[in-house]
Design a protein around this ligand. Structure first.
Ligand code: PEP
Length: 248
């Protein structure tokens, strides 16, 4: 169902003590507001213990494309379910660029997540060079089509898309509300060409240097349905303000 949804991506940050302080600040401040935190694997049990019964869901930042077996160092979707996860990020640009994840691999992770009953947060977005050479729509289409080809357009009814221009992630450089809206509308339009009802319900988050100061303007755009938040999700007041701006 289309709704505003803000998810935090903690990346490789945190400690038991830091997480406890952050989560105990978030819980009362976000009471009644649906939000998600995607935490490092070792802290899933802590998230489950702290957040069960709250309005904050939790998830992981990556998942193995295989269900089980000899895949040293990997974590399966069913393991994430064991820790009460409902969401998992797939295809984050850091995974694509630093760990060589291809569109095909990301699509397999998306399928594995859904097969286990998790909601994938599928990240798509162009690099600065790609934007400057005018291929933003082609890049986003290619990333989206890999998933649609693997899982079908109907699968998007049980997924979230995060449009994250790579040049805006962790750089302090946010896409303008107009730039973000244009790509969000393009994504929704592309899905609508295949299935209007799925497109109408699709949650499309914006990610890339979102903070309390720019959240309201971004969230007011007609095709922006929330955000995927990196750095600012580690600061309770910032994350709360972003979630509240989206919920308005
Ligand atoms: C992210 O990691 O998905 C992200 C959007 O990071 P930041 O908000 O720090 O740009």
């Amino acid at each position: 169902m289309r709704k505003k949804l803000v998810a935090g991506n903690w990346k490789m940050h945190g400690s038991l003590a830091e997480n406890a302080a952050l989560l105990s600040a978030l819980k009362p401040a976000l009471a009644g507001i649906e939000a998600v935190v995607c935490v490092p694997f070792p802290y899933l049990a802590q998230a489950q213990a702290e957040l069960t019964g709250s309005s904050i869901a939790w998830g992981a930042q990556n998942v193995c494309e295989e269900a089980k077996g000899a895949f040293t160092g990997e974590v399966s979707a069913s393991m994430l379910l064991d820790f009460g996860c409902t969401y998992v990020i797939v295809g984050h640009s850091e995974r694509r660029s630093l760990y060589g994840e291809s569109d095909t691999l990301v699509a397999r992770k998306y399928v594995a997540a859904q097969a286990a009953g998790l909601t994938p947060i599928l990240c798509v977005g162009e690099s600065l060079a790609e934007r400057e050479s005018g291929v933003t729509e082609a890049v986003v289409s290619r990333q989206l089509d890999a998933v649609i080809d693997a899982a079908g357009v109907a699968s998007l009814a049980k997924a979230v898309i995060a449009y994250e221009p790579v040049w805006a992630i962790g750089t302090g450089k946010t896409a303008s509300p107009e730039q973000a809206q244009a790509v969000h509308a393009f994504i929704r339009g592309r899905v609508a060409a295949l299935d209007a009802s799925v497109a109408g319900q699709l949650v499309i988050q914006y990610g890339g240097s979102v903070k309390a100061a720019n959240a309201a303007e971004l969230m007011a755009q007609p095709d922006i349905d929330g955000g995927l938040i990196g750095g600012a999700s580690l600061v309770a007041d910032e994350f709360v303000a972003i979630c509240r701006a989206a919920a308005k």
